[in-house]
Ligand binder design. Structure first.
Ligand SMILES: [Zn+2]
Length: 306
């Protein structure tokens, strides 16, 4: 009998579920809305019911759960209260609810694995860095084709590299001056508003998105051009620091900020090439190919590897 794997990506506002063949071909896909109504309860009991329904009549090998927050031993997520987990042994809890072998992976690591499946169809590679820049900033290290999770599950957390040690406002991680504070979606909007308050010339209205900034920058808007360069500089510089540690052959850019405009991507690439060390600066840089599906593909791939 053919075996199947579930890849689940638990986001803040929704949960994506994919049913895959054992060799990671997507068979079916669902999105479960997960909004404020459920905020104070764990998503797990609800999700386990859903999985049990979809699993009926099928031989399920395993479930991969992609979650935000550091994960240790493929089992325990640390400190992620937004999704009703706190610090919890998710593997044990979900296996008890479903009776299916479950493996837990950090969301950025899952997305990186998902992208790797897609990128490898064109050209195989061993060492890569994946960065996701959206509401938050996360990253993942792929070495010899595998994700490096580190001692405490925090490897690759490029969003929390401190780029400004003199910052006094706190990042959500509790420290001050992290990359995420400046060039996440809200960080960029905040920076643009600061420039507006300083009366820098712009056609930007009161309500705007990163896409608006990118489009106006294309037309030469001074404020928006500065915001695009600020964004590319900070992301490119942080990536160049990361590349000094493990010299990736490929860098994959992903997330809402990256999708907002080609000029942002180009600015990231130019700044990376400018600041990276020696031949590290020649790393191939690509953008996400499967976007919001990356998490379910990666979670399924991870779960099928055990
Ligand atoms: Zn931080």
């Amino acid at each position: 009998m053919e075996k199947y794997v579930f890849g689940v990506d638990i986001g803040i506002n929704s949960v994506n579920v994919g049913l895959f063949s054992e060799n990671i071909k997507l068979i079916d896909r669902w999105t479960i809305p997960w909004d404020k109504r459920h905020k104070n309860e764990s998503v797990l009991p609800y999700l386990s019911q859903f999985i049990k329904e979809k699993a009926q009549g099928k031989d399920i090998k395993s479930v991969g759960l992609s979650v935000a927050g550091p994960v240790i031993n493929n089992s325990i997520v640390l400190d992620y209260k937004e999704q009703g987990f706190g610090s919890a042994h998710i593997k044990a809890a979900f296996e008890k609810m479903t009776g299916i072998d479950t493996y837990v992976i950090n969301d950025c690591n899952a997305a990186a694995l998902g992208e790797m499946i897609e990128e490898s169809r064109v050209k195989s590679f061993n060492n890569a860095f994946f960065i996701s820049v959206g509401k938050s900033i996360g990253g993942a290290v792929i070495s010899k084709g595998e994700i490096i999770t580190g001692f405490s599950g925090s490897a690759g957390e490029i969003g929390h590299i401190i780029i400004n040690p003199f910052e006094t406002e706190k990042c959500r991680c509790g420290r001050c001056g992290c990359l995420e504070q400046y060039v996440s979606l809200s960080g960029i909007i905040k920076y643009a508003n600061t420039l507006k308050l300083n009366r820098m010339e712009t056609k930007l209205g009161n309500m705007f998105t990163i896409k608006d900034i990118s489009l106006l920058a294309e037309k030469g808007d001074p404020l928006c051009s500065k915001v695009v360069e600020f964004t590319g500089f900070n992301i490119g510089l942080a990536l160049s620091m990361a590349s000094n540690i493990f010299d990736p052959e490929k860098i994959i850019l992903s997330g809402g900020v990256i999708d907002a405009g080609e000029n942002i991507v180009n600015s990231v690439i130019n700044n990376y090439r400018k600041y990276a060390y020696k031949d590290s600066s020649k790393a191939e840089i690509t953008t996400s190919k499967i976007k919001e599906n990356a998490g379910i593909f990666g979670a399924a791939k991870f779960a099928s590897s055990f």
